[in-house]
Design a protein around this ligand. Structure first.
Ligand SMILES: [Zn+2]
Length: 217
C-alpha cells in the first residue's frame, strides 16, 4: 500500500503507478542511483532525451497521445520568455505537479543548492534561481527545442489555456502579477545590457504575458 501525504491532491492514474518516497510520488524524470534515496532535484539525462524523442510525459513517463496537447509546468517569468528547461507532461500530471510539488507549491520553501552532484549544473538559458511561488501550467499544441550542453532549452508555443497555482490552490491575479513583477528587474537589467531593441522586446513580451494570463496591464 502506498502512503501519500494527506495534503496531496487526488493522485492521477498514471502518477499512482510511480514509486513513493516520504509520501510523495517520485517523478519519472528523477535519476535513480542504486542504494541512494531519490533526489527530486536530479534529472536523468536519459529520460530527458527519451521524453522528447518518444513524447513521454515528464512526470509519469507514459506517452502523451498525439491527439493530446502538451502541458508545461513553468514559472511565471517563463510566460515572458516562453521557455522551459523541462519537457512537457499530460495535462493532469502537470496540474498535479503544480499543486503538489513542494518547490512549486510553497513559495517559502528554499530550494537547497548544496550537495548536488558535480556534473549537475544549472539548466540552460537564463534561469532565475529562486522559488517563484506561482507555478503555471501552460497548455499548447507546439514547442521547439534546442539541446544545450547541460540540458534542453524549450520554446513553448502559443497557449490554448494557462492556469496559475500557488500553495496548492489557484493563484490569485495579484499573486501572479506580483510574481512576474518580482522577476522583472533581473530581465530588465539583462535587456539593458543588450540595448534598446531588447528593452522594447521585453516590454512587448511582458504585455503578451499579461494578456495570456488574463491580467490587466
Ligand atoms: Zn503523465
Amino acid at each position: 500500500v502506498k502512503e501519500y501525504r494527506p495534503e496531496l491532491p487526488k493522485i492521477p492514474e498514471y502518477i499512482a503507478r510511480l514509486p513513493v518516497f516520504r509520501g510523495y510520488p517520485v517523478p519519472w524524470f528523477v535519476e535513480t542511483i542504486p542504494g541512494k534515496d531519490p533526489d527530486f532535484r536530479i534529472v536523468s539525462r536519459t529520460k530527458l532525451a527519451a521524453a522528447i524523442a518518444q513524447r513521454r510525459c515528464w512526470v509519469c513517463g507514459v506517452n502523451i497521445p498525439t491527439a493530446q496537447e502538451f502541458a508545461f509546468v513553468i514559472g511565471p517569468m517563463c510566460a515572458i520568455n516562453r521557455t522551459s528547461s523541462e519537457p512537457p507532461s499530460h495535462v493532469e500530471c502537470a496540474n498535479f505537479s503544480a499543486l503538489a510539488c513542494p518547490f512549486l507549491a510553497r513559495p517559502k520553501m528554499v530550494r537547497r543548492e548544496d550537495d548536488l552532484p558535480a556534473e549537475l549544473s544549472l539548466p540552460p538559458g537564463m534561469m532565475i534561481g529562486r522559488n517563484p511561488g506561482v507555478a503555471l501550467v501552460w497548455i499548447t499544441t507546439t514547442y521547439t527545442k534546442r539541446f544545450a550542453p547541460n540540458g534542453v532549452l524549450i520554446k513553448v508555443g502559443e497557449p490554448s489555456r494557462v492556469w496559475a497555482f500557488a500553495e496548492g490552490r489557484n493563484a490569485t491575479a495579484d499573486e501572479v502579477r506580483a510574481s512576474i513583477e518580482s522577476g522583472m528587474p533581473l530581465l530588465r537589467e539583462a535587456a539593458q545590457r543588450e540595448g534598446l531593441l531588447a528593452l522594447s522586446e521585453l516590454a512587448a513580451a511582458r504585455r503578451r504575458a499579461y494578456k495570456v494570463l488574463g491580467l490587466a496591464a
